[in-house]
Design a protein around this ligand. Structure first.
Ligand SMILES: Cc1ncc(COP(=O)(O)O)c(C=O)c1O
Length: 474
């Protein structure tokens, strides 16, 4: 029996509504495709070559560049991950210093490690009373560049997973003044710039290299993404490294999905974003009645590095209620057949896109209101943990050195004081809580232990019970 296929068919025939990616939301009224087997080919005559595009795939790149206003754009079939690895490799040479925002996705660290770069970190601001990160301050980047004038590349994530946007124009200005390049991981911002209610894309705000996951916030299939480059001199290296990190057999089904997605935006983008924003406004208006659960909204604008907020991300905190984020996720799944994108200890996240329906968003709002009313009857309890992003582990050795060093497995609970040889991340989204080469702190061990017990997935631990960590053997 085809276990996975049967399961997928059975699940998708049920009435679960996806508040998660991919951004097409399985909305087959908006987008359809022939049976994928019928169009799955390889680089035969007339269908070009992604690694050396001269025909139909070059035209796809040019259309992407026009749509986003980029110097040059590269469609990707191995997700933003491949674009991040290629972008970092093209922009920095082995031994270069790279300034990384510490809340970046693990692929940024992988890129730095593969190229033997020396990372220095910039920490995002913390949002007051909210368990999510704020933005990156231009003045903090400036301070680090003054301290490390040899820095060649700055990599930041904007928007964050929760939709917090930093001041890219100001950051780009600082970075360029100090002779470095700015790479913006805009994996969650492929929908930016199509409507003025959404933030502007880093592509038009002075960034040099930008990646976007089309599959996260637009109607495109999983793994489809785009890399934009606004610096001509980087293009030949980018092309070389994209061939290193991407499959030599890129899927024409995924490429056709990118084609259909951008065709939809070219022809009906304005209309679809207008309808979508209308639905979001209805959603936000109806959840104003929430009295226990809270929505992260524009009250944070202008504070804590928050330059803009993406309204497409529905971040709901459970802070001060008797529920954890994971418990809210389970209630939504079991009682309302709504599947969220992510649940953390203190909050949950729902993702939306132009493929959402009024029925779906109304169902989500009603479910939250109903859960919220029941919470009201049960009294409040403070959550056991505060802000989960306040960790600043000590860097003892470079990540690459730690990965290559002799290591041993020890019980995670007894690992405080040792140097991690592993990436430990909460998944999703995959920004590491601990990077190889960093000292393990008791507070972090307690935190990770606690959220694991709450059912939150932590990647990077090993052993049969996933209760061990690889540490540097001293
Ligand atoms: C901020 C960020 N960057 C990059 C990635 C990697 O993107 P992809 O899954 O398209 O490879 C992710 C994935 O979740 C992410 O959240």
């Amino acid at each position: 029996m085809e276990e996975l296929y049967e399961e997928l068919i059975s699940y998708t025939n049920k009435d679960y509504y996806p508040m998660h990616m991919p951004g097409h939301k399985r909305n087959t009224e908006l987008l359809q495709m022939d049976n994928p087997y019928g169009i799955d080919i390889t680089e035969i005559e007339g269908f070009d070559n992604l690694h050396q595009p001269e025909g139909i795939l070059r035209s796809l790149s040019e259309r992407l560049a026009r749509l986003y206003g980029a110097g040059k754009s590269y469609p990707l079939v191995n997700g933003s991950t491949a674009g991040i690895l290629a972008g970092i490799s093209a922009a920095a040479k082995p031994g270069d210093t790279v300034l990384i925002a510490r809340n970046c996705h693990k692929s940024v660290y992988h890129g730095a490690m593969l190229r033997g770069l020396k990372p220095i970190y910039c920490y995002p601001q913390k949002l007051e009373q909210m368990p999510v990160n704020g933005g990156i301050l231009p003045e903090n980047i400036k301070g680090l560049l003054m301290e490390h004038p040899e820095t060649r590349l700055v990599v930041i994530t904007s928007p964050t997973y929760e939709g917090i946007v930093s001041d890219i124009r100001a950051i780009a200005e600082v970075v360029h003044r100090y002779g470095a390049l700015l790479f913006v991981d805009e994996a969650h911002g492929a929908h930016f710039g199509f409507h003025n209610a959404f933030p502007k894309s880093a592509v038009t705000q002075g960034a040099d290299i930008i990646i976007q996951s089309l599959h996260k916030t637009l109607p495109a299939m999983t793994q489809s993404a785009v890399l934009h480059c606004n610096r001509d001199e980087l293009n030949s290296k980018l092309q070389k490294y994209l061939a290193v990190y991407q499959s030599s057999s890129p899927s024409y089904v995924l490429l056709a999905g990118i084609d259909r997605c951008i065709c939809l935006l070219e022809k009906k983008g304005t209309e679809l974003f207008e309808i979508y924003y209308g639905l979001l406004r209805e959603f936000y208006a109806s959840v104003e009645e929430l009295s226990n659960l809270k929505i992260v909204d524009t009250v944070f604008l202008g504070r804590d590095g928050v330059y803009d907020i993406d309204p497409s991300k529905l971040t709901i905190t459970v802070h001060g209620t008797e529920l954890t984020g994971h418990e809210l996720q389970v209630l939504l799944r079991e009682q309302h057949h709504i599947e969220l994108e992510m649940a953390s200890f203190d909050y949950v996240l729902g993702m939306t896109s132009i493929a959402d329906t009024r029925e779906g968003l109304t169902r989500f709002a009603k479910a939250l209101l109903s859960i919220d009313r029941n919470l009201g009857n049960q009294g409040k309890k403070q959550s056991a943990l505060g802000n989960n992003h306040g960790f600043t582990p000590e860097i003892v050795i470079l990540p690459g050195e730690a990965m290559e060093s002799q290591s041993e497995a020890v019980k995670f609970r007894e690992s405080a004081g040792k140097i991690s040889a592993a990436f430990i991340s909460q998944f999703p989204p995959g920004a590491p809580l601990l990077v190889p080469g960093e000292r393990i702190d008791q507070e972090l061990v307690t935190y990770i232990d606690k959220i694991r017990q709450e059912g939150i997935t932590i990647t990077g631990l090993i052993g049969e019970s996933m209760d061990e960590i690889e540490v540097v053997k001293l």
